[in-house]
Each structure stands twice: as structure tokens, then as C-alpha cells.
Design a protein around this ligand. Structure first.
Ligand code: NAP
Ligand code: HSE
Length: 428
């Protein structure tokens, strides 16, 4: 019987330090639950001289990955360094060396999760990645284990804390850049915030959720994503007037034997479950044939919630090691295809500036009609009488992405059009 479970931590940033902190502060509680103490033996960093606000003893730090990968006393490698490389190679080396792996790395799991899970299976070690999606929300375990009896038909999720924080602040009238800087100071945003604000981070997370939910292989490259950088204060105001809020939604849906996936800003009716998800909170709404609908809600980023998810995995791995009761979760896969984005359907909010003169509305309506796009409402919001420009807000009925893209392309080239400012999908 092992006397302790020894960990090699790859990374001592926001999540690494959070993980070390909880492992030391709650050492007794964790030891009680696992059966033996769980200890950090070595910590890999890039720069030994960096100032760190952490209680990690300096003598644990190393810049040599082999100090962890080749140490036979280390049972579990916890990868919290982020990025594709060298994280992927180090995780593979850890598995090859017979070490269990816990990771918070959505990019590596989204791109190479199947390969890594297969390797772990063959080598007889665990690979857990609860912290890769939804911070402190236990969504991975729920999809991999608890919803096993369900045919999941849809997932709608807010899975990027940074953008939800920014959108919530913008809803309250704050400027985009101020809200982004604040999110970075709070440790929510990735080092490169483009991944967050352009929807890349959410697409990685959606690839993981959709692959598990639909037992298919959904790659990040299958997911069309759009970010929040082009949203303007005006759109929040108009959304509010019409009874909506704007959220960055990651959605996956089963349509017959195909899967639809996308990440983009959406107008969500005020009464929708996801409309009340504010700030850094995340939520995942799941439709399944047995459960009907369920929602998981919690903090989607930050040191403590993410460390909570890392510790959940560590607890499971450590119990497996100590009690020899491996919780090997299979590698699900079937032949379901991801549907072409252009074939997906949505309702649209379109805001545009046009010449303020007779016949203009009829011309716009004609272009939409020619593309079989049915208009639900048109509101003339503002008129600049000097420039003779009017601002129109059009809400459409459901139409395919292809038709809407084609119609907007034509509208942009009309002599009466001054600008197509924004188009936002509207949740059903
Ligand atoms: P972070 O603060 O940037 O920390 C990264 C750590 O990894 C640093 O200690 C860094 O060393 C080390 N590192 C990076 N590249 C390295 C290399 N090539 N060799 C050695 N060490 C290296 O990142 P984080 O926010 O903790 O995120 C870590 C992971 O958790 C990412 O996959 C992220 O997506 C995921 N995650 C983060 C959050 C969150 O709220 N932050 C939430 C959920 C999941 P130095 O300290 O020497 O620079
Ligand atoms: N940058 C990510 C977010 C961290 O804002 O949700 C959690 O993965």
C-alpha cells in the first residue's frame, strides 16, 4: 500500500499556484478522503528568478522537465502550463513513463484528446481534464459518466468567463477595453486575450463538450467561431429594449445524424436560463432524452475554482492509485459528422445605415426576400436629417447562414447602403 501520492506540477501560474495552495492548506482533508497524503514533489517553471506570490518552496522549482518525467517517485503529472507545446509532448512523455495525468489544458485536449486518451488507455494510466472546461463546474465528469444513459440532443453554454465578464460590464455601460483590462487583472483572461475575445478558447471547450456529449470526434477546426470585439454599446441598448441580452454562446446540436456546432455572440431572451449568467460565471445547459434539461452553473475561471476542478481529478486519480480501483472512462467515438456551418439556421438581428429616402426599405426587403429570408420586424431607430441617413434594425425569421451571408453581401454593395454595422444571431 502506498504511503503517499506524489505529484509533479508542470506550471506555477494562476492555476498551478492555486492548486499548490489548496493542496497544502487542505492537506489533512484531502489525505482523509484519499487515504494517504497527496504531496507536490517538484514544480516545473520557465523562469526560476520570477517573483511569485505563492507559498511554493523555492527548492521545489525546476526548469528541467526530466526532473519530473524521469522521477520514479512521481505518480501524477499535473499539467497547468497551457498552450499546445511543450505541454502536449510533456503529457505524452508522462503517459509513456507510466504516470497518470491531470490537465487544465483545453487546447491540447480539444486537439489531441482522443490520441492522449488512447495512449493512456494502452499504458493503463488515468487522463483527467475536468478543469479544461468551465473552471470549477464539474461538467466533464457529468458528460463522461453521469449522463451515460442519455442521448444528448443539445448543449448551449457560456464557457468563457472573460467574455461573459466583459459583456456583463458592457451591458452596464462600461467600455470594452476597460472591462478587458479588469478581467486580465482578475486572472480570468488568458495571457493572450485574443483567444478569449475572438471565441477561440470557447471553441476549444466546445470541441471537448461536443465530442463527449455526442460521442463523436469534433475538432476545434470544425467549429466556426466569432468573437465579441465588434459589439457596440448601441447593440446592448437595442437588445435591452427588445427584451434580450447579448452573450457569447457555444452551441452544439444534434440534427438527425449530424452535429451542428458554433461559437458566436447571440441575443438571448431575458427569460432564457443563460440570460441571468453574469460576470465570470459560466453555465452549461444540456438537453437529454432522460434528463429533459439540466443546467450546471458556477465560476468558469480564476485560481480557486479551477484548482477545485484540478483537485477533483487529483482525488480520483489518487484514490485509484491507493485503492487500485481505476476509473478508466472509455474513448467514445461514432461516425457522426459535423454539418457545414453554411447550412445552419438562425434568426438574425441586423443593424445597418441606409439612405433616408422613399423606397429604401422596399429595396432591402426585396434583397432579403430574394434569398428567402423572411423579415419578423423592422425598426427605424435613428435618423441623421443632415446626412439623410437612417439606422434600421431588422429581425429575421430563421434562415440559413449561407442565405444571410449572401443577402448581406448584396446589401453592402447597394448604392442606398451606408454600412452594415452588425449582425447577431438570435436564440430561439
Ligand atoms: P499562467 O498563469 O500563464 O501560468 C503558466 C505557468 O506555466 C507558469 O508558471 C509558467 O512558468 C509555466 N510555463 C509555461 N510555459 C512553460 C514552459 N515552456 N516551460 C516551463 N514552464 C512553463 O497560466 P494559467 O492561467 O495558470 O493557465 C494554465 C492552464 O490552465 C492553461 O491551460 C489554461 O487554459 C488553463 N485554465 C486556466 C484558467 C484560469 O482561470 N487562469 C481556468 C481554467 C483553465 P513561469 O511562471 O516561469 O513563466
Ligand atoms: N480564459 C478562460 C476564461 C479561463 O475566461 O474562461 C478558463 O478557461
Amino acid at each position: 500500500m502506498k504511503k503517499s501520492v506524489e505529484i509533479g506540477l508542470l506550471g506555477a501560474g494562476v492555476v498551478g499556484c492555486g492548486t499548490y495552495d489548496v493542496l497544502t492548506r487542505k492537506a489533512e482533508q484531502i489525505a482523509e478522503q484519499v487515504g494517504v497524503p497527496v504531496r507536490v514533489r517538484r514544480v516545473l517553471v520557465r523562469d526560476l528568478n520570477k517573483e511569485r506570490e505563492t507559498n511554493i518552496p523555492a527548492e521545489l522549482l525546476t526548469t528541467r522537465a526530466e526532473d519530473i518525467l524521469e522521477d520514479p517517485a512521481i505518480d501524477v503529472v499535473v499539467e497547468v502550463m497551457g498552450g499546445e507545446e511543450p505541454a502536449r509532448t510533456l503529457m505524452m512523455a508522462a503517459i509513456e513513463n507510466g504516470k497518470h495525468v491531470v490537465t487544465a489544458n483545453k487546447e491540447v485536449i480539444a486537439k489531441f484528446g482522443f490520441e492522449l486518451m488512447r495512449m493512456a488507455d494502452e499504458r493503463g494510466v488515468d487522463l483527467f481534464f475536468e478543469a479544461s472546461v468551465g473552471g470549477g463546474i464539474p461538467i466533464i465528469r457529468v458528460l463522461r459518466r453521469d449522463l451515460l444513459a442519455n442521448d444528448i440532443t443539445a448543449i448551449q453554454a457560456i464557457i468563457n468567463g472573460t467574455t461573459n465578464y466583459i459583456l456583463t460590464e458592457m451591458e452596464r455601460g462600461q467600455d470594452y477595453l476597460d472591462a478587458l483590462r479588469h478581467a486580465q487583472r482578475l486572472g480570468y483572461a488568458e495571457a493572450d486575450p485574443r483567444n478569449d475575445v475572438q471565441g477561440v478558447d470557447a471553441a476549444y471547450k466546445l470541441a471537448i463538450l461536443a465530442s463527449l456529449a455526442f460521442r463523436a470526434h469534433v475538432r476545434p477546426s470544425d467549429i466556426r467561431h466569432a468573437g465579441i470585439e465588434d459589439l457596440q454599446a448601441k447593440d446592448f441598448r437595442y437588445a435591452h429594449e427588445m427584451g434580450y441580452v447579448i452573450k457569447l454562446i457555444a452551441m452544439a446540436r444534434r440534427v438527425e445524424e449530424e452535429i451542428e456546432v458554433a461559437v458566436h455572440p447571440m441575443m438571448i431572451p431575458n427569460g432564457h436560463h443563460l440570460a441571468s449568467v453574469k460576470g465570470v460565471f459560466n453555465a452549461v445547459l444540456i438537453d437529454g432524452d432522460q434528463i429533459d434539461q439540466m443546467m450546471l452553473y458556477g465560476r468558469g475561471a480564476g485560481a480557486q475554482p479551477t484548482a477545485s476542478a484540478v483537485l477533483a481529478d487529483l482525488g480520483a486519480v489518487a484514490r485509484n492509485i491507493v485503492h487500485g480501483n481505476p476509473e478508466r472512462l472509455g474513448v467514445p467515438r461514432n461516425g457522426r459528422r459535423v454539418r457545414q456551418f453554411e447550412e445552419m439556421e438562425a434568426r438574425f438581428y441586423i443593424r445597418l445605415q441606409v439612405a433616408d429616402k422613399p423606397g429604401v426599405l422596399a429595396r432591402i426587403a426585396q434583397v432579403l426576400g430574394d434569398e428567402s429570408i423572411s423579415i419578423a420586424s423592422v425598426i427605424q431607430k435613428e435618423t441623421d436629417e443632415t446626412a439623410r441617413v437612417a439606422e434600421l434594425v431588422i429581425m429575421t425569421h430563421a434562415a440559413t447562414e449561407k442565405r444571410v451571408a449572401e443577402a448581406l453581401q448584396i446589401i453592402r454593395t447597394l448604392p442606398i447602403t451606408r454600412a452594415v454595422n452588425t449582425f447577431i444571431r438570435v436564440a430561439r
